[in-house]
Design a protein around this ligand. Structure first.
Ligand code: ADP
Ligand code: SF4
Length: 668
């Protein structure tokens, strides 16, 4: 039986926060769910799972304090009337059942609250266009009575949070998404009264909200301040060595807890492509030198050694986590039980955020049970026992095959996993070798690491299976997880085909399999996901001169949902990649590549040596089709079922393949 490494003991010390005490240092900071009050029971079940998994503090997402704070169509919780108390109390109760504290993040999002449902005018420190508004509307400058109303609403919401049983009540001033942040920022605040001008004046509302909250609920609840110390806007914003630090100095011992991070959200939730574990340290490390109150910070922490180092070096008191707690709700318990290898580490892909940004329940690449705890009753660590003794053969060891094998093996089935290539991982292994996303290999490493420990699993790399091999294998159930390949032809999304070109046309598979063309290369992306930019980056880094084109009006549109689009395009232009948007691929009479503007005008002749087309993928469904087309053959071989799963059914994100495979394994 493994035991906890004593070095990690410090992570399990209780820590006092004002009038309450957290049982350990694992702190799930507020994070969105993509669904919020549309399914409060599902959200509560998900939060409960975190408490069960050992997180000492489990927080909500944004809770709107009033109808003025309406961020629809983005989902949020609500404490705008007493009727909301019972609904939010459910989560606090479930979290308490496991000995954790429950935190409630009260928020008025100011210039981000478009009030599209409540239809009230938006409010802000000064009259400004709303931030990222769907409609071109402006906020009304708040007068003194608006400020009074805001304070009363915040106070009332704090009392409701207390009545609902929450232990930690937040004042929110982060991510450029809070009215308190907007008052703090010179760029939004040109008031001439005592709420504008000097930093002390601009911080007045934040101070008042903290004082009001402490006065209202401070006898029983801790009051936390979630504050972004750095906005990366230079003198136009707060900086960790300028006004950000001055705010901490001004308010230093007023909150019971500082929850510090970076603004905006894309800076806070950076992906693995742009940051390493602990990336916030250089910006937030000063906070503990100023305040005597406990400090929580984040940084995609998944390694207990890094966590201990944060505590031992006096940088943080709590290890904050949103994404690592999504990828592995049982991370703390695994550390406590000495099962470090069992941690399912976040890969920093931000698929979870892409769901919030498109208003659907968050899904996680690594954790297929995320947001299925309530509605499907899925536990992230426990699979139901098998209902038969059927042996299972799984063909294809990409993410779908690996997940299916692991989940079925955990159910107790005898599982054989056959992979054609010499190594497992499929697309994950190939994609993780592209620049900056080595962490994505954790999808493979976690599953493979678990599979090799199980006695009822046989792994066969280097084993390409054909129909006859499968029929003769002797398994009762067969899962086909053979993936997909990038379409090897010039084909636009609308199905139009280019005629013969006089240059080689390559696919992302060619590049990921090691082909390294040189000279002038056009990477044309009609898919709009992450692969196009990664291929362009890899080729440019290897010495080619790359033009990256797309028929869309912006490149890599999907990455706006993962909060990476700007960064990716900045990186590519920084490397010297030429960007062309709004251009369809065509073929000139001379057989040369042309780019035709979707906005009209003459086609552009491109003198390039190679074309890489990032179009769509072709499902590798030959095996499943052949097997399923001959039921008599299957019956004769004693095969009860053949289930294709993952990209060989419908190519999608890695998260889709993992989810489909997990779901299939539960259905056996
Ligand atoms: P998914 O995302 O659905 O898991 P991948 O493309 O990542 O899809 O993985 C599919 C895997 O299946 C690849 O590693 C590929 O080598 C493997 N594969 C494809 N055909 C066969 C086959 N006939 N026998 C064994 N493995 C196969
Ligand atoms: Fe981490 Fe990706 Fe899961 Fe989000 S979706 S928690 S970034 S692994």
């Amino acid at each position: 039986m493994p035991r906890m490494d004593p070095r990690y003991g410090v992570l399990f010390e209780p820590v006092r926060i004002g009038p309450v005490t957290a049982p350990n240092r694992f702190y799930q900071v507020p994070h969105c769910t993509g669904i919020a009050d549309r399914a409060p029971a599902d959200v509560a079940a998900m939060r409960e799972m975190k408490a069960m998994g050992g997180w000492g503090v489990v927080c909500t997402e944004n809770i709107e304090i009033s109808q003025d704070a309406d961020i629809s169509p983005y989902p949020a919780l609500r404490f705008s009337s007493d009727a909301d108390i019972a609904r939010q109390a459910r989560m606090a109760d479930l979290v308490h059942k496991h000995g954790a504290l429950a935190g409630a993040e009260l928020a008025h999002m100011g210039l981000y609250s478009a009030n599209r449902t409540s239809r009230r005018p938006s409010i802000g420190p000064s009259s400004r266009l709303l931030i990222e508004a769907i409609e071109p509307v402006q906020a009304r400058a708040m007068d003194k009575s608006d400020i009074r109303t805001l304070r009363q609403d915040h106070r009332a919401a704090a009392l409701r949070a207390k009545a609902a049983g929450f232990d930690i009540i937040y004042v929110y001033a982060s991510h450029n998404l809070s009215i308190a942040s907007h008052f703090l920022a010179r760029r939004f605040n040109d008031r001439s009264d005592e709420y504008g001008g000097s930093l002390e004046n601009r911080a007045r509302l934040l101070r008042e909200l903290l004082e009001d909250t402490k006065e209202a609920v401070g006898d029983r609840c801790a009051v936390a301040l979630r504050f972004a110390v750095e906005e990366f806007l230079g003198p136009d914003g707060l900086t960790h060595d300028g006004e950000g630090a001055e705010v901490v100095e001004l308010l230093k011992d007023l909150p019971d807890l500082w929850d510090v991070n970076l603004s905006d959200w894309s800076n806070d939730s950076q992906t693995a492509r742009f940051s390493q574990e602990g990336y916030q340290e250089p910006f937030v490390r000063f906070v503990k030198q100023i305040t005597g109150k406990p400090v929580v910070g984040v940084g995609r922490f998944t390694s207990p050694d890094t966590m201990v180092s944060q505590i031992r070096r006096g940088l943080l008191d709590f290890i904050g986590a949103a994404r690592p707690s999504i990828a592995d709700p049982f991370l703390p318990l695994k550390i406590a039980e000495g099962r470090i290898d069992d941690i399912r580490e976040c890969i920093g892909c931000n698929i979870c955020l892409s769901c919030e940004n498109s208003f659907v329940p968050i899904r996680c690449t690594q954790n297929p049970t995320m947001m299925e705890e309530g509605r499907a009753g899925w536990h992230p660590e426990i699979m139901p026992a098998r209902r038969s003794d059927d042996r299972v053969l799984i063909v294809g060891g990409g993410p779908a095959g690996l997940e299916c094998a692991l989940s079925l093996a955990r159910r107790g089935h005898h599982v054989t996993l056959a992979e054609a290539r010499d190594g497992f991982g499929g697309r994950v292994s190939r994609e993780a070798a592209l620049p900056g996303i080595a962490a994505w290999g954790r999808v493979r490493d976690y599953r493979l690491g678990q599979l090799v420990k199980l006695p009822n699993v046989e792994l066969y790399p280097g084993s390409r299976m054909e129909v006859a091999d499968i029929l003769g294998f002797g398994a009762k159930r067969v899962v086909i997880a053979t993936g997909a390949t990038w379409r090897p032809a010039v084909m636009a999304r609308d199905g139009r085909r280019g005629a013969d070109l006089d240059i080689p046309v390559l696919t992302p598979d060619d590049i990921m399999d090691g082909l390294c063309p040189q000279g002038r290369i056009l990477v044309h992306d009609t898919e709009g996901g992450y692969i196009g930019g990664l291929i362009a980056e890899k080729l440019q880094l290897s010495g080619a001169s790359v033009t990256f084109s797309t028929p869309a009006l912006t490149h890599s549109g999907f990455l706006s949902l993962t909060l990476e689009q700007d960064r990716v395009l900045r990186r590519l232009t920084g490397l010297g990649v030429a960007l062309m948007a709004g251009r369809e691929l065509s073929v000139g009479l001379n057989g040369r590549v042309q780019l035709v503007s979707v906005l009209g005008g003459d086609p552009l002749d491109c003198a390039v040596d190679h074309l890489v087309v990032v179009a769509d993928r072709v499902p590798a469904d030959r095996l499943s089709q052949q097997l399923l087309s001959d039921p008599a053959n299957l019956a004769e071989a004693g095969i009860k079922s053949v289930d294709p799963v993952g990209d060989c059914v419908a190519p999608g994100l890695i998260a889709h393949a993992i989810y489909a495979a997990h779901r299939l394994a539960r259905s056996f």
